[in-house]
Design a protein around this ligand. Sequence first.
Ligand SMILES: Nc1ncnc2c1ncn2[C@@H]1O[C@H](COP(=O)(O)OP(=O)(O)OP(=O)(O)O)[C@@H](O)[C@H]1O
Length: 264
Amino acid sequence: MKTYNLNENFIAKFDNEKAIAAKKINVFYGTHHSIFNADLEFPRFSITALIGSSGSGKSTFLRCLNRMNDTVAKVDGNIMYRDVDINTKGVNVYEVRKHIGMVFQRPNPFAKTIRDNITFALKKHGIKNKNELNQRVESSLKEAALWDEVKDKLDKSALSLSGGQAQRLCIARTIAMKPDILLLDEPASALDPISTSKVEETLKNLKDKYTVIIVTHNMQQASRVSDYTAFFHSGHVLEFDKTANIFTNPKIKATEDYISGNFG
Ligand SMILES: Nc1ncnc2c1ncn2[C@@H]1O[C@H](COP(=O)(O)OP(=O)(O)OP(=O)(O)O)[C@@H](O)[C@H]1O
């Protein structure tokens, strides 16, 4: 394994409005220090890809952004969202997750109808009006590019969907809550190429309304869908820049080696 200077980094700053900013994030799983002083700001209405080799800390970092590590790790540092540090004790994590939703690697629809997958959380949050619920079902399925495929079977089980459709349903379920930010942890890695390209197209359409942050192992996917890319190595954010710069003119040797497959 090559060794790199972990103190060297290149973090570009952009003028765009920020959706969320992580400041000096350190994460500890017990005594294992897994993220070191991560500083990243995510421009609004854009897609940022988190890339890096296995174990570099991408998922751990992503999960900090909506407090998903609370029960498994100690997270130090600030996560600034709308001028509030959401990484503090007094903050209601369920509220945080309404604004900052997450989609996981494996599609995990509930064993309920397609409609109920979307309305379940809405009802829990007090939305009871039928018209409002129907409208949210339709608009979120349209935004997730699934409406045409399921509009005639909304009351069928979600378990009858293909993997790609199920993943788009999980995206619809998340955006039905009207979040600001969507976090996706390798959302297409369990899907075939056609389903993957549908999920990628869906993500590109979503950035008009949402800020999207996606963990991916797939370099082509990062270059196809993202506007910005952050490169993680051994728990350090070594480089953050526009995706075009990362892929054509990386500033750090480790990034260059990783992008070109000349790593490890
Ligand atoms: N629940 C956990 N308990 C203890 N250590 C963990 C836990 N989750 C992750 N780690 C450790 O934290 C480090 C970062 O892991 P993480 O899963 O965030 O990396 P990653 O870049 O997302 O990897 P991959 O691409 O394989 O998913 C690794 O050393 C991993 O072993």
